[in-house]
Design a protein around this ligand. Sequence first.
Ligand code: AMP
Ligand code: MG
Length: 328
Amino acid sequence: MMRAWLLPAILLLAACGPGPEEAETRHRFMAMGTLVDVTLYGVPAAEAEAAAREVETLFHALHREWQPYGDGALGQLNHALGTVPGTVPTDLATLIAEAERLAEATGGLFDPRLGALVKLWGFGSDETMPAAPPPPEAIAAWLATRPVEYDLGGFAKGVAVDRAIELLQARGIEHAIVNAGGDLRAIGRKGERRWRIGIRAPRDAGKVMAALEAGDDESVFTSGDYERWFEFEGRRYHHILDPRTGYPTEGLASVTVLHTDAALADAAATALAVAGPADWPATAAALGLEAVMVVHDDGRIELTPAMQPRVWFTSEDYGRQARVRSLP
Ligand code: AMP
Ligand code: MG
């Protein structure tokens, strides 16, 4: 087996082109519970490696700081919320203020204060998956009291991707993709061509449903009910929670948002999933989005007029299911 792998790898290296400056480099690491790819174009190998390592360090640091529980800044804040008010580091305070602004813009559908509910459901840990839903009384108690515990999981990845891109730009890098588990921001180009982005199919594991060519600076974020879920007594329960009911959202299998700002795209994808099949266009409009694609539970696909010309489907089946839906 080893030998079978080795040969194509060598061929690939040989095909990389004339000089190291012209090649595409890719560095991959695990952070924030997901695989992160840093792809750079036109950057000499040593410089690319150093830049990717900095991005990796950044992701690990932010993950530590923004984990809802533990020793990081957010963990300490959540711990202190139950006791005496302490001081919040400026960076975290800014992040929470931004999250609160998004909560307001979405009428509370994006709810960074639902940490205790996420914990109740058992989605708070990267390592373990819950075995059963919480008892209904526990959910009713959360709804009645709404204790404040921050969980920034709905947009922390987006903020991290934005910061990673800023870090690369500060190093003079103009052509890059930072891809965290399929959610990404792309800047510049891949030489003569535009960066090509794949969008996963929510119900065909591992398959790409649609593709698009990124503009000069674009983020593509998808929220889906297939990312973290468990099955209990024949029902699926997933990690995007509706703060109005305390239960996982229903109706949309995935939401993909295109925007310059990765943080906004990330939060928006989560918020639109909560808004659901009837109301996602209103929430998209409230957030100032233009390009959105949603996949319904039953496979129907809806695209906004701005998204429609940007994507192409990888099979006619997907294309047949697709309709354009305007924003209010
Ligand atoms: P995403 O994959 O970006 O949609 O984020 C999902 C994560 O955001 C969950 O694992 C929770 O940590 C958190 N979350 C779940 N429901 C919400 C919600 N309604 N608003 C904000 N964050 C949420
Ligand atoms: Mg999100």
